[in-house]
Design a protein around this ligand. Sequence first.
Ligand code: KG4
Ligand code: ZN
Length: 327
Amino acid sequence: MKVLGIETSCDETAIGVVEDGTHMLTSIVASQVELHATYGGVVPEIASRQHVQAIIPVLDEALARAGCSMGEMDAVAATFGPGLAGALLVGWNFAKALAYAYEKPLVPINHLEGHVYAAWLDRPEVAEFPALVLIVSGGHSDVVLMEGHGRYRRLGQTVDDAAGEAFDKVARLLGLGFPGGPAIDKLARDAAKPSLRLPRAKLDRPYDFSFSGLKTRVQQLVREGNAAETRELAAAFQESVVDSLVTKAVAAAEENDARQVILSGGVAANSALRAELAERSRVPVLVPPPALCTDNGAMIAACGYYRWQAGDVAGLDADVAPGLVIG
Ligand code: KG4
Ligand code: ZN
């Protein structure tokens, strides 16, 4: 069974084709990141307009690479939330047009659930439940217990900035440009273990996160003209974020007898986070390759297969849901 997956929730126009939920035939991503970098962040209207321009060429390329036609698809899956409303509308309505024209089922996908399914693409391990999922992206930092396909219980979330947002804001403070995550990751990789220790937030709920205090601390140090060099600050910041994320994910996995830990979302591309979670978890950790951690259409197609099998099909009047959550 072949599913086409369409993703336009933020600044990537992405389409993938996946067979039987785990075998990736192709994943084409047209990134707008350089366009938005000039503004230091994603500009919603520019994102929507770029999706309009890119989506048909991206579809053509995805079908050519997958070696199949639209008629051969068994279903069309697309992200309907969460994300930027104008950006979501482009991919969602494009999916509707394809579903209508080719008489295919239209499968609505929660972007966050899509990130989870990137973990099982093209690898020998199969899904084992319960799985503890840590979704860390530009908009979300969620600790979720996945009890089965489509069954989620959210155990924690950020009370302020998302992990990726914190990376992006701190990178801006340090003059490292946008997006900040890859820049900080690269700088910290070359740094020695930082002697500076930045705070970890203490919260009432055990699996919640807070990163805004950490960002403020970096801001203070930069303003005070602290002697620590940029590399040291970047490394100390990353160490604090990674420690909070890993400590909570591992504790949640143990408390809930998870059989697998899934790390996903754009921040899952972070090399220190990947290494430390693998080291500290007692159960196998599944992390997609970096290109499948950030937004892509293959994860939407993979998730779409399971949703479609479960009978989750949308009508052609279905709307987008920019504020959708998971669990
Ligand atoms: O999942 P994603 O592509 O889009 C959203 O759904 O938000 O995540 C983008 C976020 C950005 O904040 C970016 O800075 C962060 O993921 N990111 C990273 C790395 N690569 C991307 N953060 C830390 N280290 C990285 N290597
Ligand atoms: Zn994402």
